[in-house]
Each structure stands twice: as C-alpha cells, then as structure tokens.
Ligand binder design. Structure first.
Ligand code: IPE
Ligand code: IPE
Ligand code: MG
Length: 258
C-alpha cells in the first residue's frame, strides 16, 4: 500500500481527466459502455481515498462539451450512468461530509440527471469535509467565452470599466474560482498528454501528473502515487528556487527597485 504524503504537502485541489474507459473495455473485447461502468467504480474509490487523506477539493472531468458529439447511444448511456451514480452515492456523499458542486453547462443535461444533481447539491450544501466538483458538459474554452460575454455585458451596462479589468476580475467571472480553491494538481489517465479543453485558465500553475493506467484500473494507490509526485515538486510560480525554498525575512528579496 502506498502511503499518503504528509498533510502539509497535500494539494488543496486535485483535478482528474478520467480517460481510457473505452480502450480499457475494447482491450478486453467488451463494449465501451462496460468501460464506463467500471470507470464509475474508480470514481467511488478515488472520492473515498481523497476524502480520507484530507484533500480539500476534487474535480472530476466526467463529460466534456465535445463529448456531446459522441454516438447518441454512448451519450445516453453516460447520462444514465451519471443519474445512477447520483442516486446510489447520495448516502455516501452526505454521510461523509462531502459538498457536491458542478461546473459546466448543466442546462444541457437531461432533466433526469439535472433533478438528482440539483437535489444533492442542495442537500450537501452545508457539508465541509471535502468539495466534490463534477465537470459536466464542461469546456475550458466555453467557460472563458462565457466569462468574456458576461464581462462585455457588464461593460456595456456601465458596470465594468475595461481599464480596470485585472486577472482577479477575470477570475471572478469563472465559476471554478468562485467555488473551488486554486487547482494544484492535474492528473490524466490513459497515457494521453493533453488537456482536452479541461481547466484552461486554472491549469496555469497546476502540477501535471500523467499515468499510463486506464481510468477503470486507476485505484487508491495510483492516487497516492500522484499525491507523492506532487509532494516532491518544487513550485516556483516564476520565482527562483532560492526565493521559494527560503522564507524571506523582512525586507529580504527586495532588490530596492522602488
Ligand atoms: C473517458 O473515457 C470517459 C469520457 C470521456 C466520458 P473515454 O470514453 O474517452 O475512453 P477512451 O479514451 O476512448 O479510451
Ligand atoms: C476528456 O477525454 C474528457 C473527459 C475525460 C470527460 P476525451 O476522451 O474526450 O478527450 P480526447 O478526445 O482524447 O482529447
Ligand atoms: Mg478518451
């Protein structure tokens, strides 16, 4: 069993691009749908493990804006699986102090998914032990486009002065920044090395961890390996190693430029 890193080296917010369900199934001569079913088991395992070690927020990329273009039968099966997950995991989520939230265009979800989703979000709203965020009908470009649209609207209405727009202003228009801590660690399974339109803005300084494992075979130990990998990284945010490894005394690090 792989140990979890010390609590003070844990990421606050972990995002996972859960990829490889179809290939996992095909490699076993099974329909892609079976891969999604097994993928739901991995979700259960990983949510439990993340909650247990003390991760503050976990975002699971479950369905992208582009995944709507998959064959109708597969989309239907994924929606049905999502509905079942929300119903079956209700007790576990509520019993473990988990707050369920979502990012993405949830208006596009069918009513039989939206209803249990909205109900569980509301029932879990006061929970404080971990935030579980499902990225559903989510696209990073779509979210940024929506933010730009809303900023333009505010500007035209005289509520937002273009010269006053800062990084923080843009962030305040992103749902993720309103409900989640900054993304620290991004995990992608299945050996692909791409973001696939996930958190584009949020990955700016996230640490990236890629694994060859397909999502249905990703387990607790794989999560611990990713957390250990994160704990071993030095995050510099543009500064030098000396700056970030040595706590600056008062005045230190100020080159007197001002
Ligand atoms: C991830 O597995 C699940 C979703 C994107 C909904 P895939 O279905 O993408 O599996 P592969 O990548 O085709 O193997
Ligand atoms: C990313 O996986 C989306 C989710 C995991 C929900 P995809 O399988 O859709 O991404 P691509 O097509 O490999 O880029
Ligand atoms: Mg895929």
């Amino acid at each position: 069993m792989v140990d979890s890193p010390p609590r003070d080296r844990l990421p606050r917010h972990v995002g996972i691009i859960m990829d490889g369900n179809g290939r996992w199934a095909r490699a076993r001569g099974l329909p892609r749908e079976d891969g999604h079913e097994r993928g739901a088991d991995s979700v259960r395992t990983v949510v439990r493990a993340a909650r247990k070690v003390g991760v503050e927020a976990l975002t699971l990329f479950a369905f992208s804006s582009q995944n709507w273009d998959r064959p109708h039968e597969e989309v239907f099966h994924l929606m049905e699986l999502l509905r079942r997950y929300l119903v079956q995991e209700r007790e576990e989520i509520l019993g473990n102090g988990i707050r369920l939230v979502t990012v993405g265009d949830s208006e596009r979800l069918p009513p039989y998914v939206r209803a249990p989703l909205v109900e569980l979000m509301s029932a879990s709203a006061e929970n404080r032990d971990m935030v579980l965020c499902l990225a559903l009908s989510y696209g990073g470009r779509e979210m940024l486009t929506k933010a730009v649209r809303e900023m333009c609207r505010a500007s035209v209405a005289g509520r937002l002065e273009p010269n006053d727009i800062t990084v923080e202003t843009v962030e305040s228009y992103l749902d993720s920044a309103r409900i989640l801590p900054p993304l620290d660690l991004l995990i992608r399974t299945s050996g692909e090395h791409r973001i696939s339109n996930f958190f584009l803005w949020e990955t700016a300084y996230a640490e990236l961890h890629f694994t060859e494992k397909m999502w249905p075979e990703f387990d607790r130990d794989d999560l611990m390996i990713a957390l250990q990998d994160f704990a071993s990284r030095e995050r510099r945010f543009g500064q030098t190693s000396e700056q970030v490894s040595r706590p600056a005394a008062t005045g230190e690090g100020d080159p007197g430029l001002d």
